[in-house]
Design a protein around this ligand. Structure first.
Ligand SMILES: Nc1ncnc2c1ncn2[C@@H]1O[C@H](COP(=O)(O)OP(=O)(O)OP(=O)(O)O)[C@@H](O)[C@H]1O
Length: 241
């Protein structure tokens, strides 16, 4: 049988923020992830979940300074040194608060912004925007102002704006914590749909019970990897906090 290759590898990762050089935020973290899977990144507030995600997409250390030791590879790229423009077409980062990410006056413009920055031909931009609107079933919102949508719809548009860059990997930072029940249903459905279309997802979430359908849970405690494996295995072992 052919062995499947991992898409993301982290080996013995440790990290200090430049603004707080005495405090180790992440310590000796090792894991790898197979493509087309969902990984829930879970742990108590302040344990280092967002820091880890920002290292994976290069925001740390390229925009926020700090010292990283260990190895990180994302689709064979080193996010420490790879230009952020290249990282953005490899791994999308959906922020905790979609209002910080959405700025265009229509949903269509929001979705077109990334590919426009890549200087793609107009026909290709149109194709990507149409494809993503169909995938997310948001064509009816095309001319709406993203800022006036419901919480769940905003999450869809924020995801859509990243998906038009056609990254293989998507990180979602607490996408269900701040939406109502209807929004939660939309966002959880989106995750399953993206996995089915071949994307690899990392989802940071406090409320891990909602992510029972994830392929694995990555549990962080005080900057250390406490557990990594299938949800039922972790439950059985009592690996939760
Ligand atoms: N830019 C920064 N400079 C210094 N310390 C920071 C910075 N950003 C975060 N931290 C600290 O790093 C630690 C880990 O923060 P991080 O945001 O990664 O945790 P988290 O697990 O995502 O928390 P939450 O669930 O509350 O979002 C926290 O103690 C936080 O205060």
């Amino acid at each position: 049988m052919k062995e499947e290759k991992t898409i993301l590898q982290v080996r013995d990762l440790s990290f200090f923020y430049e603004s707080d050089p005495e405090r180790e935020i992440l310590s000796g973290i090792t894991f790898s992830i197979f493509p087309k899977s969902i990984t829930a990144v879970i742990g108590l507030s302040g344990c280092g979940k967002s820091t880890l995600c920002q290292i994976l997409c290069g925001i740390i250390p390229q925009c926020i300074a700090g010292t990283i030791t260990g190895e990180v590879r994302v689709a064979e790229l080193d996010p420490r040194t790879e230009p952020l423009s290249q990282m953005a077409v490899t791994i999308g980062y959906m922020m905790q608060d979609p209002d910080r990410q959405l700025f265009a006056s229509t949903v269509e413009d929001e979705l077109a912004f990334g590919p426009e920055n890549l200087m793609l031909p107009p026909g290709e931009i149109r194709r990507r925007v149409d494809e993503v609107m169909d995938l997310l079933e948001i064509r009816h919102l095309a001319l709406k102002n993203p800022g006036r949508l419901s919480g769940g719809q905003k999450q869809l548009v924020a995801a859509g704006a990243l998906l038009t860059m056609e990254p293989d990997i998507l990180i979602m930072d607490e996408p269900v914590s701040h939406v109502d029940a209807q929004g939660r249903k939309i966002v959880l459905g989106l995750m399953k749909k993206l996995r089915a279309t071949g994307k690899t997802l990392l989802v940071v979430e406090h409320d891990y019970e909602q992510l029972d359908f994830a392929d694995q849970w990555l549990v962080i405690e005080n900057g250390r990897l406490r557990d990594f494996g299938a949800p039922e295995e972790i439950r059985k072992k009592g690996g939760l906090l």
